[in-house]
Design a protein around this ligand. Structure first.
Ligand SMILES: *Cc1c(COP(=O)(O)O)cnc(C)c1O
Length: 411
């Protein structure tokens, strides 16, 4: 499989550590050599140009976010004017909700799910409180019957006429379940509900078709499968049908670029998604993404997804045979899973510690989840095979018992 892999050559593009198999790209992608050199190059433009770096150099800072956004748009299946590289997932949820959440007496609920990442929930709750509403009534959660996945029927059933916005993850961060974005969007629109998706665990792992699917807004980060580095600037998508809306949180970088330096107190908003930027972009937190985008343009996101599915398939088959005591909770069908495999086990925390000591970097999620993400751009099929063998030894020889079953502070 490695010999026939069209993406094989990209592994050399990344800084990998000898003797380590990195299976944590769903939390923080590895550094590519191109990301590193783009960061150095933008630091150099500061060194050489000082203030003039805003308009000079290989990538002038003033239009850097716009330059990158038009190249990120194909990865989420959006028009260029619908995407902006800005903010973080959480700050972009705040921007989208402050712009789009307009509760009325009969329609004031934001629908979320009980498995979502806490930050998304905190953001939603705060918007409900800001409007003087009670979160216990106006934030509704879709429940999960198995604790790992959401059933389509349960989602559809909760799309009722009192819901203003539904915000869901494209891929659930724990189990790796991929939700049917198009179906959910169509069903929600039938009831007059706006639809937002958090693409944290799908961008860079698979293609999307946000515009065609009619999704109203989406948010994501670039530090997971997009390999842009810790705290790398995130992104947002807002369908062009909403572009006449003033940003809920306005700032001068949301201005029409030709008017921004007029310093007028009257806000002239940018025409597209750029309007939802706020302050001065974090240039050095965006720079690595320039290198990363280039790699994705060459690799092709459809081939990335194809390889990712083969990798996770090989991984779960190996685990099912070799380590059946680890419960694989990721949905089986290709169309229902993202880029990682999630394994539940009561000893998960210390199994992860043993894995790390044996040269495999996993990802632990409390209380009992081991996530393994073989990443198409830098994981080989033989890496997957070795990971299975190492896990098998850890379980057969109970090596995990040498560790405590608590997570470290940063886990
Ligand atoms: C990673 C992740 C976040 C992190 O949000 P930041 O604002 O980028 O820190 C939020 N939500 C989900 C679903 C995530 O997976």
């Amino acid at each position: 499989m490695d010999e026939q892999d069209p993406l094989r050559k990209f592994k050399e593009e990344f800084h990998t550590q000898e003797g380590t198999i990195y299976m944590d790209g769903n939390s923080l992608g590895l550094m590519s050599k191109r990301a590193e050199s783009k960061l150095l190059s933008l630091m150099d433009s500061w060194k050489v140009h000082g203030i003039d770096g805003w308009t000079e150099g290989e990538h002038p800072w003033f239009t850097l976010a716009e330059e990158m956004s038009s190249r990120i748009a194909p990865l989420v299946g959006a028009q260029e004017n619908e995407v902006m590289v800005t903010g973080s997932i959480t700050s972009n949820i705040h921007q989208m909700l402050s712009t789009l959440f307009q509760p009325t007496e009969g329609r004031s609920v934001i629908l979320v799910d009980e498995l979502n990442f806490p930050s998304d929930i905190y953001a939603v709750e705060s918007h409900i409180r800001l409007r003087g509403l009670d979160p216990s009534a106006a934030m509704r959660k879709i429940g999960s019957s198995d604790g790992y996945t959401l059933a389509s029927e349960d989602i559809l059933e909760q799309l009722t006429e009192d819901v203003a916005i539904v915000l869901l993850p494209s891929v659930l961060y724990r189990s790796g379940q991929l939700l049917p974005i198009r179906e959910i969007t169509a069903a929600a629109h039938d009831k007059g509900i706006l639809v937002g998706f958090d693409l944290a665990h799908s961008i860079g792992a698979m293609p999307h078709s946000l515009h065609e699917d009619g999704v109203d807004f989406a948010v994501w980060c670039h530090y997971k499968y997009m390999n842009s580095g810790p705290g790398g600037t995130g992104g947002l998508y807002i369908h062009e049908r909403h572009h006449d809306l003033l940003p809920g949180n306005a700032g001068w970088f949301g201005s029409d670029k030709t008017k921004q330096f007029d310093m007028d107190h009257e806000f002239s908003k940018a025409a597209g998604a750029g309007a939802y930027q706020i302050g001065t972009p974090n240039i050095f937190s965006m720079a690595p993404l320039l290198g990363s985008i280039e790699i994705f343009e060459e690799a092709d996101i459809f081939r990335v997804r194809e390889k990712s599915l083969l990798l996770t398939e090989l991984l779960r088959k190996g685990l099912a045979e070799g380590v059946p005591e680890l419960m694989d909770v990721t949905p089986q069908a290709d169309a229902e899973r993202g880029g990682h495999i999630a394994l539940a086990h009561p000893e998960a925390a210390r199994i992860c510690k043993a894995l790390k000591d044996q040269g495999v970097v996993p990802d632990f999620r409390a209380p009992n989840m081991i996530r393994l993400a073989p990443v198409a751009l830098y994981t080989s099929f033989s890496d997957v095979e070795q990971t299975v063998e190492i896990l098998q030894t850890i379980m057969a020889e109970e090596l995990y018992k040498n560790y405590s079953n608590k997570r470290n502070v940063v886990a």
